[in-house]
Design a protein around this ligand. Structure first.
Ligand SMILES: O=C(O)CCC(=O)C(=O)O
Length: 361
């Protein structure tokens, strides 16, 4: 799928840089002045007034039609106005969320030679990585990550998942199984909220065999957080993202009306956001929104981003039911495999791809 076979430069692990105790970050990580996180709010305390919506999903499963309607309404509003929300009472057991984060933190603290066995290449991105994009000389982000496939079954390969710490694969199988269920439930809510049949989006994504993958982000402590980013601004290229943040360490910032808002994670909440493929399918009723991650001088941070995506070879285009002479389709059909080549080659670049493909109204 991707013609690039290898990284353009030797890979440097950001964690190793951080642990070397350096006082200044190398120039490779210094962002241009316009991209630096001015007015940082590393603990998400801010003015405490603005945050993304927090939605209690228990209402969806309550059996009470009024509660179901109210909750669906809140989800619809969040998808249209924010492209982001936090969800509590989502059905995934809290102990499993904690275990999943814990086994990954343990993985990143294994000796480097064990982690290097899983070193990735830009061909598939699977494994242990330290950069997105293959442009020689690019300014890099202050993070390492691990990427793996869960669905479709043909792409899942346990040999590419860490074998350590013990129980890692077992915990992740259980966790990812739960997230696929949650993703499926949310697809129904999002479809109905668009006035589509309940199974519309699920079918558009491939039915039983959607694409599902995980990127675990590890943001080491950074001696000069004001000069860099853990992850540059981007919208997610896929369908729906279900993020397990680090509950103790805020870092995710969402762009709203030109301002960056630091999300304050609620206990055992997931942060859910719309990706570009849902912006396309909904013909921009739902919006994918730019977000980025700031880093911290005293605390490392771990987050698990689960991507519920269309299967790679399916054509994605605006739903016919949402198109009319007054609302023409804003996007041409494109497979997700073709679509995601952009971020895989260029790295995170705000909303440039989804905006450049949109036809002017
Ligand atoms: O670490 C985070 O909070 C966000 C991660 C993210 O945006 C991503 O992995 O795409």
């Amino acid at each position: 799928m991707n013609c690039i076979q290898d990284w353009p430069e030797p890979i440097v692990r950001v964690q190793a840089l951080s642990e070397s105790g350096l006082g200044r970050i190398p120039d490779r990580y210094v962002k241009p002045a316009t991209e630096r996180p001015v007015g940082m709010d590393p603990m998400g305390d801010g003015d405490g007034i603005v945050d993304i919506p927090l939605i209690d999903l228990a209402g969806l499963f309550s059996g009470d039609p009024a509660m179901v309607r109210t909750t669906m309404g809140r989800v619809a509003e969040a998808c249209q106005q924010w492209g982001f929300f936090q969800a509590v009472n989502h059905g995934v057991p809290p102990y499993l969320m904690d275990q999943a984060r814990h086994v990954w933190r343990e993985f990143f603290h294994l000796p480097m030679e064990i982690k290097q066995e899983y070193g990735n290449s830009p061909k598939t991105y699977e494994g242990y990585g330290s950069r997105l994009g293959v442009e020689k000389g690019a300014i890099l982000d202050w993070s390492d990550y691990y990427f793996l496939h869960y669905l479709p079954h043909s792409l899942k390969d346990h040999k590419k998942w860490p074998a350590q710490p013990p129980h890692h694969r077992e915990v992740m199988e259980q966790y990812l199984g739960e997230l696929v269920k949650l993703g499926g439930r949310l697809m129904k809510v999002l479809s109905l909220n668009l006035g589509l049949k309940e199974d519309y989006l699920q079918n558009a994504f491939g039915g039983e065999e959607v694409g599902a993958c995980l990127r675990v982000n590890f943001y080491p402590k950074c001696p000069q957080p004001e000069l860099t980013l853990g992850l540059s601004s981007h919208s997610d290229p896929g369908g729906l993202t279900i993020l397990l943040p680090d509950h103790d360490v805020p870092g995710l910032q969402v762009r709203k009306d030109g301002k960056w808002i630091t999300v304050k994670p609620a206990p055992h909440a997931f942060i859910i956001n719309i990706g570009d493929q849902l912006q396309v399918l909904s013909n921009v009723i739902y919006k994918s929104v730019e977000h980025r991650v700031i880093v911290n001088p005293n605390l490392e941070r771990v987050s698990l981003a689960f991507f519920y995506n269309p299967r790679g070879e399916l054509l994605i285009e605006p739903a016919k039911e949402l198109i009319s002479p007054e609302n023409p389709a804003l996007y041409p059909p494109m497979t997700f495999n073709e679509y995601r080549l952009y971020i895989r080659l260029k790295g995170p670049r705000g909303k440039s791809q989804v905006e450049s493909l949109k036809s002017p109204r």
